[in-house]
Design a protein around this ligand. Structure first.
Ligand code: AKB
Length: 312
């Protein structure tokens, strides 16, 4: 049985991922770590600042971890507010996690993002291997991270794997500081207030995915036959691409009185404008069988149903 250490375990992806991994591999085989402390946690939990490489090594060693899932990072909009801090956390944390994985011979996963692309990247059907000249600190971190993971594989044969996540939508843990967060907020506001003001302009397409598909993708990639992986790190994966008025229209099918207006945030809009409209996931489909079960319609039904219960 795998022994997995997760960093950023209380974040948007981490909190649900830990639950899924514990369900799959056993509660005691998954060590959750985060810089935040919480009073109650079901299963092993340790406080960890990922810039502290020594503590990361000690925790992984003492737990007997054979797999590192490194999730701790600042998202795009927050990184733009404090680029130096973002570089130190995103790159320092990743470097520490890779070094710990190398020293303890662990399998390794870390996510990249559609943020690793920039304005000169082809916008539609964005290829797996293409021009990557991002204009955000987050994007610079993600490209550097992709290269670093490739480097650890070619130089040390460390079993590094990763995907480029699109915007992730979930009813469990809200995201913080991302550009795609509007596509989560809109569901909360639709139920709580019956209206939403979008900070992203009409006509701005971005790739998105429902959280259960994202979690399954991590497990599937980590379990994939290494002989079939040509890319290993930074696989394009997407489940859908839409712009704000399309998600609003989908919500209106269930809440006819729902309305949306716009108050565009120039910083997040500029980031969104620099990202692709829709990426091509065919390398992930061919090399390890990536598959998404939720499209916009199915996700909206589930989000509204689950949120109604949660917000009641
Ligand atoms: C963000 O918006 O920063 C993230 C991402 C696409 O990486 N959700």
């Amino acid at each position: 049985m795998k022994k997995i250490m997760v960093t950023g375990a209380l974040g948007q992806i981490g909190s649900e991922l830990v639950e899924k991994l514990r369900h799959t591999y056993g509660v005691d085989n998954v060590l959750a770590t985060d810089i935040r402390k919480i009073d109650q946690h079901e299963g092993p939990f340790e406080v960890l600042d990922v810039t502290d490489g020594k503590r990361m090594h000690a925790l992984a060693h003492d737990f007997g971890a054979d797999t590192m899932i490194h999730m701790a990072a600042l998202l795009s909009a927050t990184a733009e507010k404090n680029p130096v801090f973002a570089w130190n956390l995103n790159m320092g944390g990743l470097m520490n996690a890779l070094e710990v994985a190398r020293e303890l011979d662990m399998q390794f996963f870390t996510p990249s993002s559609i943020g690793a692309f920039g304005p000169s990247t082809p916008k539609d059907n964005t290829p797996q291997d293409t021009l990557q000249r991002p204009t955000t600190m987050y994007g610079v971190n993600k490209v550097a991270g992709e290269l670093l993971c490739d480097y650890y594989y070619t130089r040390y044969r460390l079993d590094t794997r990763g995907v480029r996540f699109p915007g992730l939508i979930s009813y469990v843990t809200p995201p913080g500081g991302g550009t795609t967060d509007y596509a989560v907020d809109i569901y909360y506001k639709a139920i709580a207030e019956g209206r939403y003001t979008s900070y992203i302009a009409e006509g701005t397409y971005m790739d998105m995915m429902y959280m259960p598909d994202a979690l399954q993708a991590i497990v599937d990639l980590m379990e994939a036959d290494p002989a079939k992986l040509i890319h290993r790190n930074a696989f394009n994966i997407s489940a859908m691409s839409f712009e704000p008025s399309q998600i609003a229209a989908e919500i209106q099918k269930h809440i006819p009185s729902f309305t949306m207006d716009y108050d565009v945030d120039p910083v997040r809009q500029a980031i969104a404008d620099s990202w692709p409209n829709a990426i091509d996931s065919s390398a992930a489909i061919e090399e390890w069988g990536f598959k998404a079960s939720y499209d916009l319609e199915k996700m909206t039904v589930d989000m509204l149903e689950k949120l109604k219960v949660r917000l009641a």
